[in-house]
Design a protein around this ligand. Structure first.
Ligand SMILES: *[C@@H]1O[C@H](CO)[C@@H](O)[C@H](O)[C@H]1NC(C)=O
Length: 557
């Protein structure tokens, strides 16, 4: 009898492996998250079009003839009215609906800060910047940290212009940016800027330093320049000066936020956002998720990309307005490691740059050393192509490759990311990349298209769009396909999008109309913009780049 069962542990594992691969997917196959038919017609297409232009495409939520989403639809003064609200309402909603705290991570230190305390800081800083200093244009050179959040909302309540700078940046580059943006007030972490250089910024009148707790006993008078006065962040919030009643007559069309970025020609450029445009961006992002996936107070939201990017900021504001707990980690940036950023926080929702996601993808692919790792991944991609995010089973859990660790407990459910059209350092993600990432992270990935002149996304993939544009041929096809940008889904409910004839790209092209992407709506600066990149309409109503119309140097790969 005993000889008969001379199966050792290895054989058992092998049998179990074979059985599971054959049968488990059969038992577990569930309905797709969305009916495939819905993914085949994702846009509302206007019935008529002008010559030399494609028809106007819109979100199915705001079809032709309906008003585009322009705001938060808050209760108005009269019962039947609603109002758009502004960035101040984002903060009010965060206080009302949220869990009363913001989580900050700096290095190994994690802290929870009471939202009422942050509220007091916002008013202390707002009053100091405006009433005491009389400043109008405030440059913020800070990582994703609580002081950055405080300045953002102080700007909304007290009406000064916020100029978030890419951080860290090269001092030479900063000089160019200062000349271009002429701030009169600068806030920076102590020791991160060469202050002699700052003295040469003619517009500057005041420098505020953010000083780490351990260094606060030192003298932090910022410059030797007599013309420029200085203060510290902790000094002001500990002893608020000035009357902290925010003005009631804010100009919501005035410049609230300046976006500083490098265009494809490698030049620094700026765009001016008003509160009205920003709130339309936030509202679009709030409206686009299906109810089942909406951001809620149960979510912990972490921006992994820098808050100086409007897309990151818009999604962060949407999370705050939904009552989600905001977690910020000062390591955030355009190429931050996803696991490092998530480690102490266990976020449920993140916004990350395509660069960060690509890095995560390559690292994880590098850990697929065994044959069965590739098999597991292949089966998970198959689940995905059948319309479900694969969450793994006992078998994949013990034999798995090294997946990115996204905190303990791991509970990531949504990743927002966007291609920034017309901006230098945006890396395109292709369809297999997105599928690989969905399988590796076990989370939804929402890929969109943004542009410097638009608050939030122009178009964004349906959260359940797991289709893979290239057939799943064999498990080791990875890396073989050129980095061709994936499609961007249908237009957001706050914009309408059309393609305008340019060069050889025509709206009459068959089967897919092509042309320069033109966007209009309340989330667009000036109401409308051509974003300088060539796109096409796919048959399913999704917007995509025309490969050779985009970045001549990149698609030869
Ligand atoms: C932004 O506003 C500033 C100040 O009013 C102005 O000088 C600048 O030209 C504006 N930038 C753009 C791109 O419109």
């Amino acid at each position: 009898m005993l000889e008969l069962i001379e199966l050792n542990a290895v054989s058992y594992t092998l049998i179990a492996l074979a059985a599971s691969i054959l049968f488990v997917p059969l038992f577990l196959s569930k309905d797709p998250a969305i009916h495939p038919f819905i993914l085949q017609r994702q846009s509302n297409v206007a019935p008529v079009r002008k010559p030399k232009e494609s028809a106007v495409y819109r979100s199915q939520a705001t079809p032709t003839g309906y008003p585009l989403i322009s705001g938060l639809q808050l209760e108005g003064e009269k019962a039947y009215q609603t109002r758009d609200g502004d960035i101040r309402d984002v903060w009010k909603l965060a206080k009302e609906k949220g869990n009363g705290k913001i989580i900050t991570v700096r290095g190994s230190r994690k802290e929870e800060i009471d939202i009422e305390t942050v509220d007091k800081w916002i008013h202390a800083i707002g009053a100091f910047v405006t009433a005491v200093q009389g400043a109008k244009r405030v440059a913020v050179y800070l990582p994703n940290d609580i002081e950055n959040i405080v300045f953002s909302f102080a700007s909304a309540f007290y009406g000064f212009t916020l100029i978030p700078l890419p951080c860290p940046a090269d001092p030479e580059e900063l000089k160019v940016i200062f000349r271009k943006t002429s701030p009169d007030f600068l806030v920076a972490s102590a020791g991160t800027l060469p202050l002699e250089e700052i003295g040469k910024v003619h517009s500057l009148k005041h420098v505020m330093l953010v000083v780490e707790k351990a260094s606060r006993h030192m003298d932090w008078s910022a410059t030797s320049d007599m013309e420029i006065t200085s203060s510290t962040f902790h000094g002001i919030i500990e002893n608020p000066t000035g009357v902290s009643t925010p003005p009631t007559d804010l100009d919501l069309d005035g410049i609230s936020l300046v976006y500083v970025y490098k265009d494809l020609m490698n030049h620094w450029e700026t765009e001016n956002f008003s509160q009205k445009v920003l709130i339309a961006g936030v509202a679009g992002q709030l409206a686009v998720l299906p109810k089942k996936e909406a951001l809620t107070p149960a979510d912990v939201f972490l921006p992994v990309s820098g808050l100086w990017e409007p897309f990151t900021r818009i999604v962060t504001y949407a999370a705050l307005a939904s009552g989600s707990t905001l977690a910020i980690n000062s390591v955030a940036g355009p190429s931050t490691d996803l696991s490092t950023a998530c480690a102490k926080v266990s976020p449920t929702v993140v916004v990350a740059s395509p660069n960060t996601l690509l890095e995560t993808l390559f690292q994880t692919q590098g850990s697929m050393l065994e044959l069965w790792h590739t098999w597991i991944h292949w089966f998970q991609l198959r689940t995905l192509s059948q319309g479900q995010i694969p969450h793994g089973n006992w078998l994949t859990r013990i034999n798995d490759y090294a997946r990115p660790k996204l905190g303990d407990p791991q509970r990531l459910r949504i990743v927002f990311t966007a291609e920034n059209g017309g901006v230098k350092d945006s890396a395109p993600l292709n369809s297999p990349d997105l599928a690989d990432l969905r399988a590796m992270l076990g989370a939804n990935i929402i890929y969109g298209l943004t542009s410097p002149r638009v608050a939030g996304a122009i178009a964004q993939q349906n959260i359940y769009d797991y289709r893979i544009d290239h057939p799943l041929i064999k498990p080791n096809r990875i890396k073989k396909i050129a980095r061709k940008c994936a499609h961007f889904g249908p237009p957001m409910p706050n914009v309408e999008v059309k393609l305008v004839d340019v060069d050889k790209y025509k709206a009459d092209d068959v089967p897919e109309p092509r042309g320069q992407i033109a966007v209009a709506g309340p989330s667009v600066i000036g109401g409308q913009a051509e974003i300088g990149v060539v796109g096409k309409w796919r048959k399913d109503g999704c917007l995509a780049y025309v490969l050779d119309g985009l970045r001549p140097n990149e698609d030869k790969e």
